[in-house]
Ligand binder design. Sequence first.
Ligand code: GAR
Length: 192
Amino acid sequence: MVNIAIFASGNGSNFENLVKEIQNGHVDNATCKVLIIDKEQAYAKERAQKLGIPCVYVNPKAYGGKEGYETEIMKVLKEYDVELIVLAGYMRFIGKVLLENYPNKIINIHPAYLPNFPGAHGIQDAYNAKVDFTGVTVHYVDEGVDTGQIIHQEKIMIDPSWDLETLEEHVHAKEYDMFPRVLKMVCEQIEK
Ligand code: GAR
């Protein structure tokens, strides 16, 4: 069993989906020990409460920079004995403290087919570019922006009649389907 922490900044629908897939046994080799949020009002917090998952807010501005901030996060991760960090809509770069303490143990979901459309607006950017396809990628996190080694990715063909909202729905549906499967696979590798 792999102890995970999920990091989120806002809505938290991927967080909720992952926890439900763990709780219903579809992901049977992970335990979600804690949700970490970097925004006090993140809606993910309400979801955590309903799901019975501890939620810890760490204020990025309260510790004199990224190193201090991540050192504070490290205390929480140690307290919960976390082995794998799962970024699910965490809109902040990972710095050297977390990267050094969790080498190849931080994964992220990105709502595009990397290396296409990295950054904070993957769905909108793909939509605006009028490309034929986009997708969802889960990758290891390194010091770059959405540049780490790709673990798994799946395509979504874009129907030209779709508006942005329809594309968003398709991307999120793909995320909810894919992320639990990839998490299970990553945890299997850790357990080996
Ligand atoms: C998700 O679509 C996730 O892929 C994206 O933020 C959304 C969070 O939604 N992440 C990024 O864009 C990271 N660059 P959620 O809070 O409802 O899970």
